[in-house]
Design a binder for this molecule. Sequence first.
Ligand code: C5P
Length: 223
Amino acid sequence: FQKKSLAGKKVLITAGPTFEAIDPVRGITNHSSGKMGFAIARAAVEAGAHVHLIAGPCDLDTPLQATGQITRTNVISAKEMHAATLSLTDYDLFFAVAAVADWGIAKPSKEKIKRQGKEAPNLEFIANPDILFDVAKSVKTKAGKPHPYCIGFAAESTNLEKHADEKRKRKGIPMIVGNIGPETFGSDLNQLLVIDANGSKKIAKAEKLQLARQLIQLVAKKI
Ligand code: C5P
C-alpha cells in the first residue's frame, strides 16, 4: 500500500473566469473554460487531499463529488472570488488557476443601460484586488508553515519564461505555471512550463487531467 501523495492535505483552488457586470444584462469577462482548474481539483482529490474549489461562472460539474473530499463555492465577480478566498484559512496549498478580470466596472447600473442612438456609454473601470498576491502575503496556515504553498498560473503571448518568472517574484510566490501555446483556451489539451526558484521544467503536451496529475506529483514533493 502506497500512501497517497496529498493524504491529509488541504488544497484551495480558484478556477474559471470572473464576470464583471456592466448592467443586469451585460458584462466583461476573461477567456477561461475552467477545465485546467477543475482538472487540478480532480487530481488533488485523487491524491488524497481535501479540496475547496472556488469557481467563477463556468459550466462544469464538480469533480469526484461523491468522495466527500471536495467543497465548491460559486462566485461571479473578482471581488466575490477575493472575499470567498480570503475568508478561508488553514490550508496547505493554493492553486490560483482562475482567469480573474483585472478591472471591474466602478458603478454597474441597476437597470439595463438604454441605447442612445449612436452614442456609446463611457464606462469607468476600477482595478480588482489581486487574490493570489493577497493570499501569499496574508494567509496563515496552522501546519507549522507561515503560508500555504502558492502556485500561480500565467498565460503570456510573448517570452513566457521571463514574464512568468517576473510575475512569480512580483506576487511573492514560490511557483508559477506558464501555459505554453495559444490553443489552450477551452481545449482539453495543454502544455505547461513549471517555474520555481531553481529553474523551469516543461510538462509535455497532454490532456489537462494528465498534466494536472503530473503537476500534483511535482508540488506534493515541495510541501
Ligand atoms: O499577473 P497576472 O494577474 O496575470 O497573474 C496571473 C495569476 O494571478 C494567476 O494565477 C491568477 O489566478 C492570479 N490572479 C489573482 N487575482 C487577480 C489576478 C490574477 O489571483 N486579480
